[in-house]
Ligand binder design. Structure first.
Ligand code: SAT
Ligand code: MN
Length: 588
């Protein structure tokens, strides 16, 4: 069997493991990825020759390609995602659990001979800046050239990872095979205690790019608990004031709730001299620094963003980011090979090719682009990329924002009274489900810290870990809850996008204790006039509706919180139930 390892590594743990997995999967060849430009060209040409990638209009989209997934494989599959800890209790009530022996047994059967006639790519990668003591090395073995090319964009992939690993054994062992894409034979299994991930039967982003949700969040959160840090589903941004002071903020929202847009926001004209810089759009690793502050690193190196809703009006920086060297998945294409999705430029095209490669005509009831169609773009394309993204210690966080997609109940913005109250806010957020995961769209579910699908251990213990962190963070960030998605008569009340700067500015001012606030039973809210609304064409009634607190809605909310809490039994920290009781009392 051809094997290209020789000049890249002599790590005997790694060589032995790759050998063992190749023995199991029986690929025709094993190709080690070095991350070079040459390799990118070679893999891309191969993918094009097989129809896995389709070249786009080279003038309008230089270096860009389209990939079409199997229509049954276009989102994360939470019901097929497992946490395989020794006991069910360790995985907790919000995760699917399988015993490690059973999972290894079942998947071994699936992986056996699964790569015959195919190539196994060995993809070495680092989550976090190269050389940082906080970064983690992973090796993903995959039979998908699409996965290898995506990992090249999303992580620090190649020789640098092998150099960082040296002859160590502490790497994440990821095994991925596309298989026949039969949903009956699809499993995404995590073994936190072995630092291993086995994923079979899907080629889709979150299921197959193992560095992202699998390592950086599920395994990461488990390691965070063990090692005293936090792996979170958060964007990180820096806000620079006209005076040149930069404030870093981390914000957790569920998938497809606008994290990328928020992280790349352009402040409205009214905010002359204010600038926003992106550190990350999806994942944050948070540690306590020697100064007692919380420091955040973005472990990723690219953006795997939702295409629909990304356009020149909503996110010009994202449009610039995806202008070159970007892989598109399940978007529509125009006659001349340009990408297109709903929201892009109205329905100006009479005919398109839809995400499944079928002809599409204006007025068709079907969407041309899949609602969860994606772009994979290098972070270095981002015109407002923070110059601190590669800082091994990360950036100091002054505010944490939690949010969800809620058409009612949750007001535009509130600040928690203290860390414990903030953890309660985060632990109880709900959100209406989106197309990022398979299943019904638009139903409210509790999604604590936006981590429900991504917490690699018992969520009750995760809450306790968050509360514990307070002891270590002597200079903690302030915690906020926001909701951009409140509706009246089916219409959004708040304009969102760049206008969120108005709320962000208040948050930054609060973080520096520069402005007062109004106390309510739920938390501190802006005083009248403290959120700058000038130049916005929304009525005062609309603002009232967006910021309104309805006691009856909140009583219902707290009942739903109670139901959610009950499933954790003894593992729910008492401090959280106490927060709920206190809030009930304040509302009475
Ligand atoms: O599909 S991914 O998990 O990669 C992205 C997301 O759902 O946030
Ligand atoms: Mn995400």
């Amino acid at each position: 069997m051809a094997n290209t390892a020789t000049n890249l590594t002599t790590n005997k743990h790694l060589l032995a493991w790759v050998g063992e997995m190749a023995e199991l999967c029986q690929p025709d060849a094993v190709v080690w990825c070095d991350g070079s430009e040459d390799e990118r060209k070679r893999l891309t040409e191969f993918a094009v020759s097989k129809g896995i990638l389709i070249p786009l209009n080279a003038e309008k989209h230089p270096g860009c390609y389209l990939h079409r997934s199997n229509p049954n494989d276009v989102a994360r599959v939470e019901h097929l995602t497992f946490i395989c800890t020794k006991t069910k209790e360790e995985a907790g009530p919000t995760n699917n659990w399988m015993a490690p022996d059973e999972a290894y047994g079942k998947l071994r059967g699936l992986f056996k001979g699964s790569m015959a006639g195919r190539t196994m790519y060995v993809v070495p990668y680092v989550m976090g800046p190269l050389g940082s003591q906080h970064s983690k090395v992973g090796i993903e073995l995959t039979d998908s050239v699409y996965v290898a090319l995506n990992m090249r964009i999303m992580t620090r992939m190649g020789k640098g990872a092998l150099d960082m690993l040296g002859d160590g054994n502490g790497f994440n062992r990821g095994l991925h095979c596309t298989g026949d894409l039969n949903p009956e034979r699809r499993y995404i299994c995590h073994f936190p205690q072995d630092n291993a991930i086995w994923s079979f039967g899907s080629g889709y982003g979150g299921n197959a790019l193992l560095g992202k949700k699998c390592l950086a969040l599920r395994i990461g959160s488990y390691l965070g608990k063990k090692e005293g840090w936090l792996a979170e589903h958060m964007l990180i941004l820096g806000v620079e004031s006209p005076e040149g002071q930069t404030t870093y903020v981390a914000a957790a929202f569920p998938s497809a709730c606008g994290k990328t847009n928020f992280a790349m926001m352009i402040p409205p004209k009214r905010f002359k001299g204010w600038k926003v810089y992106t550190v990350g759009d999806d994942i944050a690793w948070l540690r306590v620094g020697d100064d007692g502050r919380l420091w955040a690193v973005n472990p990723e190196n690219g953006y795997f963003g939702v295409a629909p809703g990304t356009d020149w009006a909503s996110n010009p920086n994202a449009m610039k980011t995806i202008a070159k060297d970007t892989l598109f998945t399940n978007v529509a294409v125009t006659k001349d090979g340009q990408v297109w999705w709903e929201s892009m430029d109205g329905n100006t095209h009479d005919e398109l090719t839809d995400w499944q490669g079928k002809p599409w005509k204006k007025g068709s009831p079907d969407k041309a682009a899949h609602p969860n169609s994606r772009f994979t773009a290098p972070a270095t394309n981002n015109p407002i990329l923070s110059r601190n993204v590669n800082d091994p210690e990360g950036v100091p966080i002054s505010a944490i924002i939690f949010g969800g997609r809620r058409s009612d109940t949750v007001p535009l913005v509130m600040q928690a009274f203290n860390w414990g109250h903030g953890v309660f806010m985060g632990a109880t957020i709900g959100s209406e489900t989106t197309a990022a995961a398979t299943g019904k769209v638009g139903v409210v579910r509790r999604d604590p810290m936006a981590m429900l699908p991504f917490c690699g251990y018992n969520m009750g213990d995760y809450f306790a870990h968050w509360l514990e962190m307070q002891k270590k963070v002597s200079n903690p960030p302030k915690i906020f809850l926001v909701n951009w998605f409140r509706k009246k008569d089916g219409k959004f009340l708040w304009p969102g996008y760049g206008e969120n700067m108005r709320v962000l500015k208040w948050i930054v001012d609060r973080a520096h204790v520069r402005v007062g606030a109004q106390e309510t039973p739920l938390g501190w809210v802006p005083k009248e006039g403290h959120i700058d609304l000038s130049g916005l064409s929304i009525s005062p009634e609309q603002v009232d509706a967006a910021t309104n607190i309805d006691v009856d809605e909140w009583k219902k909310e707290l009942e739903s919180t109670s139901e959610f809490f009950q499933q954790f039994g003894d593992r729910l920290p008492k401090a959280l139930e106490l927060q709920r009781q206190l809030l009930l009392a304040r509302l009475a």
